[in-house]
Design a protein around this ligand. Structure first.
Ligand code: SF4
Length: 362
């Protein structure tokens, strides 16, 4: 009974929010971008694009951490996994991401010791159980995941585990937002900002975006009605000529974020340049080890150099990450590229746009 009441309330809320979005419909074409794979999933799965007025388009951006991970990083990780005595550990969604010539899953099938972890602490446990082996964790993610990796490093340090390292491709979101706005190839009138990232960082990270670019930012939750409410807030800002940071996801996000998680992050990592698929190298958008924790850096311990990376020439993941193409625009989509046989990273991850469109669109 409670479930039906909840559904009834949600339907009514969605109807009312959709009506408000239509009342606030912009007079000329406007473009908002969601920069979290969770939001892409909600928007496509629940058909939010079909509810919008003709003058409003919602684009997907670089919000899937697996998808934005560069081909060079994947190739380097694959080489490290072949080093003698290495146990490679990773979140599961990295396993099927194609490198230039192979993937972690294929390497595992070929006999490499590659293990899936649900948490970075699982990798620390494996390191403690195998003191004679080198355990490498693939650190992929944004500000939401990065504190858990930092905590694992601190734990390994406290336990004196010198056989544990992290290969970091951790990234931070605001610099990517700036890169999108500075690129000059994309018109964006507002961002739906990631709720879970902001729960850690707080809202201050978006203030330069609103101040320098005049682009409104609204932090949204992940229910369909959350996203519709975030769209209402963005449209209201446009109508009133404002560019502010607002929180729709007030049940989780505080303006100050999570000071403890931020503190751990700043203790273990510091900003560094990072390579993004589709966006190139963005200054200060990655997380590298601070001097105190540099001994946990797998990139320093395993100095492998893969040959120049090769991406499939037909794959348009880069354009999808930049919001200049949708998965349906890729000629390989649903033909040679499927979740069973992914050609690009965007088809692999649960938060990848191509995989989401494959499962839920049309
Ligand atoms: Fe790349 Fe496949 Fe997406 Fe095309 S459908 S952009 S090949 S991941």
């Amino acid at each position: 009974m409670i479930r039906y009441l909840e559904e009834f309330r949600n339907k009514n809320a969605a109807r009312s929010l959709t009506a408000t979005i239509r009342e606030l419909a912009p007079e000329r074409p406007r473009f908002f971008m969601e920069i979290c794979g969770g939001h892409t999933l909600t928007a496509v799965k629940f058909g939010l694009h079909g509810l919008l007025p003709e003058t409003l388009t919602l684009k997907s951006g670089p919000g899937c951490p697996v998808c934005v991970t560069s081909q060079e990083y994947i190739d380097t990780a694959l080489l490290i996994s072949r080093e003698p005595g290495v146990i490679m550990t990773s979140f599961g969604d990295m396993m099927r991401v194609p490198g230039s010539s192979t993937s972690l899953l294929k390497e595992k099938a070929a006999g490499r010791d590659i293990r899936i972890c649900l948490s970075p602490r699982d990798a620390v446990r494996i390191a403690a159980e195998h003191p004679d082996r080198q355990v490498v964790f693939l650190g992929i993610g944004f500000e939401t995941t990065a504190p858990t990796v930092a905590m694992a490093v601190k734990e390994a340090n406290a336990r004196g585990l010198s056989n544990f390292t992290v290969f970091s491709a951790l990234k931070t979101m605001p610099e990517a937002m700036r890169a999108l706005l500075s690129g000059g190839k994309l018109t964006l009138d507002g961002f739906i900002c990631p709720g879970h990232v902001t729960a850690v960082t707080g809202t201050r990270i978006y203030e330069p975006i609103t101040r320098e670019f005049g682009t409104p930012c609204v932090v949204s939750g992940f229910e369909p009605t959350d996203m519709l409410a975030a769209l209402v807030l963005l449209l209201q800002q446009l109508r009133e000529g404002r560019a502010d940071v607002e929180i729709q996801y007030t049940r989780v996000v505080r303006p100050e974020g999570n000071p403890f998680a931020r503190g751990v992050l700043e203790e273990v990592f510091q900003p560094a340049d990072a390579a993004w698929r589709g966006l190139g190298t963005i200054p200060g958008s990655g997380l590298a080890f601070t001097d105190v924790f540099r001994s946990f850096d797998a990139a320093s311990r395993f100095q492998v150099a893969p040959p120049p990376a090769r991406e499939h020439p037909g794959c348009r993941c880069g354009e999808i990450m930049r919001g200049t193409a949708t998965p349906e625009a890729c000629p390989l989509f649903k033909k040679s590229c499927t979740p069973e046989n992914p050609i690009g990273a965007c088809m692999v991850s649960a938060e990848g746009a191509c995989g989401i469109y494959y499962r839920y669109a049309g």
